[in-house]
Design a protein around this ligand. Structure first.
Ligand SMILES: Cc1cc2nc3c(=O)[nH]c(=O)nc-3n(C[C@H](O)[C@H](O)[C@H](O)COP(=O)(O)OP(=O)(O)OC[C@H]3O[C@@H](n4cnc5c(N)ncnc54)[C@H](O)[C@@H]3O)c2cc1C
Length: 420
């Protein structure tokens, strides 16, 4: 096989896929509309790296635990190779939002018996000592969690295989097609940017503009982070979360976030969102930001690519045009696929945690290697699931199929479980 792929998007999704394929000897043409990697959702100063357990250890929790463990190994490997990845495993304190939540957090630890260096429950007093500030509740303490500069992760992924990954920045893909055996990515003037037997769509909610991926029910959730000036060595020196997060000081800046609004395309910073972040900060560390004014804050806006079921989309793209709306639903294994076309997307608020594992899973699928996840989780993230669902809904209701059925009828994702 000609081991050559086009990857559209140089954020966490695209850079992770490119890195994993290049590690297997593939040549990559990586295309991004921005002038450098990590300029979209993956461009915040810092985000949170930690798992998110649940009482029933559901698919989201298992995927996030696997993603966290994989990410820690990947980050350590990049660092050991001399890449300038900026991250710090400071530990993450995830405070309970109320007594009921605290009881659930304790029950999770009792039932799941995690290793003490992975997760433990701490009461309010030790939690306050960890935070360096009096807090209102106890919570989960993830000693191995921390913060990551996501753009530095994108850059490190690409620098790891700089000769195998040809980059095309400031280049927007307007159209993709496969007239013969090769996929072609073309610009708005119809000029060819690259062609290869495999094409990976990793351009967040921009995937909806291509006819072959237009059925994917991707939405964008605007998120604004606020930046606070912070003295070096000031508390907290760890990441603290409670329906929001606050990071340690990173080059004199502490990140507080984040807002979450679906289908809100305002790119400019808003004072009302800064005020919302200051309210989150007060919930996390009471009184900490009382001297701060929303109108004086700086920050950053990004757009998280969301799927309606809060799970990512990783794998071969289903062929929407080959689906027979009148036939009964069939298993994912029988889903017709578009030859050579793959997607890595829908990371929502978990791109930092999921991207390394997602890149590895996708590369294994493309290269035909054993997969790094159990079948149940591979199916849970299979992008073909939306075509099955759309079709079974049509079969149940007798509704006429529409071209964008899955996208048109999927419920809007909510912020539940999507917090950063
Ligand atoms: C405010 C906020 C806070 C967050 N906090 C956390 C956190 O604490 N922990 C965590 O794990 N995750 C967090 N996330 C989520 C994480 O950042 C995202 O899941 C991740 O960045 C998505 O990566 P991506 O590569 O899919 O998208 P992007 O980074 O947006 O990359 C898509 C790329 O595609 C390019 N592109 C689009 N269309 C085209 C085209 N037609 N041609 C060429 N290029 C194109 C864009 O320029 C962009 O570079 C947060 C996100 C936000 C917005």
């Amino acid at each position: 096989m000609n081991r050559h792929a086009i990857v559209i998007g140089a954020g966490l999704a695209g850079s992770s896929a490119a890195e994993r394929l290049a590690a297997r000897g593939w040549t990559i043409d990586l295309i991004d509309a921005a002038d450098s990697p990590g300029r979209g959702a993956s461009g915040n100063l810092a985000g949170v790296l930690r798992p998110l357990p649940s009482l029933d250890d559901n698919r989201l929790a298992r995927l996030t635990r696997a993603g966290f463990e994989h990410a820690c190994r990947h980050f350590a490997a990049l660092t050991a190779s001399g890449q300038a990845l900026r991250w710090a495993p400071t530990g993450v304190l995830h405070l309970a939002r109320d007594d009921r939540h605290a009881a659930t957090q304790q029950l999770v630890v009792e039932r799941q018996q995690p290793a003490a260096d992975a997760l433990r429950f701490v009461d309010r007093e030790p939690a306050s000592r960890l935070a360096g500030w009096p807090v209102a509740s106890g919570g989960w303490w993830f000693p191995g969690g921390g913060w990551v500069d996501p753009a530095s992760l994108c850059r490190a992924n690409l620098a790891q295989h700089a000769t195998a990954i040809r980059t095309h920045y400031a280049t927007e893909v307007a159209q993709i097609d496969r007239p013969g055996d090769l996929w072609r990515a073309c610009d708005a003037a119809g000029a060819l940017i690259a062609e290869a037997p495999v094409l990976v769509v990793a351009n967040a909610s921009g995937a909806r503009r291509f006819a072959v991926t237009a059925h994917l029910p991707l939405r964008a959730a605007r998120g604004q982070v606020s930046h606070l000036g912070a003295a070096a060595a000031s508390a907290p020196a760890i990441v603290v979360c409670r329906l929001g997060y606050v990071t340690p000081a990173i080059d004199g800046v502490r990140c507080v976030g984040a807002t979450f609004r679906i289908d809100d395309d305002e790119t400019a910073l808003r004072d009302t969102d800064h005020a919302e972040n200051l309210a989150k900060l007060d919930f996390i560390l009471p009184g900490y930001g009382s001297a701060l004014a929303a109108s004086k804050l700086d920050g950053r806006v990004g757009f998280r690519p969301l799927s309606p079921d809060r799970l990512p989309m990783i794998g071969a793209v289903g062929d929407a045009s080959a689906i027979d709306a009148d036939a009964p639903a069939r298993p994912l294994a029988e889903m017709p696929r578009v030859p050579g076309l793959y997607v890595i997307n829908g990371f929502g608020a978990r791109g930092i945690v999921w991207s390394a594992l997602a890149g590895e899973l996708l590369a294994c699928q493309i290269a035909g290697e054993p997969l790094p996840l159990v079948d149940e989780l591979v199916s849970a993230v299979d992008p073909g699931r939306f075509l099955l669902r759309g079709r079974s809904r049509r079969v149940r209701t007798g509704a006429e199929p529409s071209k964008n059925d899955a996208a048109a009828k999927a419920p809007a994702p909510t912020s539940r479980g999507q917090r950063d």
